[in-house]
Write a protein that binds this ligand. Structure first.
Ligand code: ZN
Length: 191
């Protein structure tokens, strides 16, 4: 395991669609090592998730975990989840507004619209098929990570540029309101 350098906005790899893995490739040592590096790098940076292209690997893999995250104290916890070749289907038309940040976009947050309910199909790191419906705030986190694999960053989805702010300004002016909004979404959609 190793902590890898995180690609920052402007790096071309963040704008490329990542490469699907052959299911056989999931068991290769290099793939497993890449996943370990992603987990370790995400933990070190206190991310809620990380995509392989954020550590300069073009593979279609992302990792998600929220465990009392200091960067997002109001986010419901998500157990460590590895998604290989994830495909996302948006369910229904209901959306919510979410303040997002990203390890590849240092010290910036902005308001993004996300679907409340999604279906995810993927493989886990043992090669088992995953098929899950994900709702609420957690669905937003999944959408952010899978966007990375399609070469998208949250800033592309910020409709109102006046919502962009530093982390310090977010804490000062927005965190309280966002905490209330998150509570409403959790009540409606669960954790
Ligand atoms: Zn990100």
């Amino acid at each position: 395991m190793a902590i890898k350098e995180i690609a920052l906005i402007g790096e071309p790899i963040l704008r490329k669609k990542s490469r699907l893995l052959d299911p056989e490739e999931i068991h290769h040592a290099e793939t497993q090592e890449c996943i370990n590096d992603m987990i370790e790098t995400m933990h070190r940076a206190h991310g809620a998730g990380i995509a392989a292209n954020q550590i300069f690997s073009p593979r279609r893999i992302c990792v998600i975990e929220v465990n009392n995250n200091p960067r997002y104290p109001y986010k419901p916890n998500i157990p460590l989840t590895v998604l290989i070749n994830p495909q996302i289907t948006l369910i229904g038309s209901e959306t919510f507004e979410n303040y997002e940040g990203c390890l590849s976009v240092p010290n910036l947050r902005g308001r993004v619209t996300r679907h409340c309910e999604i279906k995810i199909e993927a493989f886990d790191r043992a090669g088992h098929k995953i098929e899950n419906v994900i709702k609420g705030i957690t669905a937003g986190t999944y959408q952010h990570e899978i966007d990375h694999l399609d070469g998208k960053l949250f800033v592309d989805r910020v409709k109102d540029p006046t919502s962009l702010c530093t982390w310090e300004a977010f804490k000062k002016y927005n965190e309280e309101d966002v905490e209330k909004e998150v509570k409403t979404i959790v009540q409606r959609w669960g954790e």
